[in-house]
Design a protein around this ligand. Structure first.
Ligand code: PRP
Ligand code: MN
Ligand code: MG
Length: 181
């Protein structure tokens, strides 16, 4: 119920910076997938904002589908346990699939998800994430599109939550320790 801004220590990326970076990623993806339709798979709920902005910045045919997997509870640490909360509606056979994420932290969610989707017979599976933390390097996953490499800090906004809050911010900020300690 308290004021949102007092929960943040600083702004990591402004709305304008995010919009510009997402447009760059979209242009890169558009070029790489020229002449091929792409199925963009957003990972609920964190990827909602980047999905919406990324596909609107692309001038090509895209289909969108959603998966809900969760490796976090209400805390700040990954549990390492991936649960499917909602599967895709789409048959992936022969499709070019682009998984879209807000953040790769431990990498556990995506390494599991990429393997899972690859087993469904797609033509290709690539990953686009807005943010990536250093711990992700411990897990072997090939990530083709990365918006920003960030330090190990608890960040919220632009889809990223703490205890389901702050997703609606149009910028990305660092959560003040007093909020989660
Ligand atoms: C967050 C984030 C990624 C995942 C990354 O999702 O959106 O999907 O964790 O963590 P990892 O690399 O350590 O696996 P979360 O499980 O919190 O669900 P949400 O998207 O609904 O917030
Ligand atoms: Mn997520
Ligand atoms: Mg979360």
């Amino acid at each position: 119920a308290s004021h949102v801004e007092s929960d943040l220590t600083n702004i990591l990326y402004t709305k304008e910076e995010i919009q510009a970076r997402v447009a760059e990623l979209a242009a890169e993806i558009e070029k790489d997938y020229e002449g091929r339709d792409v199925l963009v798979v957003g990972v609920l709920k964190g990827a909602v904002m980047i999905m919406a902005d990324l596909v609107r910045a692309m001038n090509k045919h895209v289909s969108m589908d959603w998966m809900a997997v969760s490796s976090y509870g209400s805390g700040t640490k990954s549990s390492g346990v991936v649960r499917i909360l909602k599967d895709l509606d789409t048959d992936l056979m022969g499709k070019h699939v682009l998984i879209v994420e807000d953040i790769i932290d431990s990498g556990l969610t995506l390494s599991w998800l990429k393997t899972n989707l690859e087993s469904r017979g797609p033509a290709s599976v690539e990953i686009c994430t807005l943010l990536r933390k250093p711990d992700a390097a411990k897990v072997q996953i090939d990530v083709k599109y990365v918006g920003y490499e960030i330090p190990t800090e608890f960040v919220v906004g632009y889809g990223l939550d703490y205890d389901e809050k702050y997703r609606n911010l149009d910028f990305i900020g660092t959560l003040a320790p007093h909020v989660y300690s």
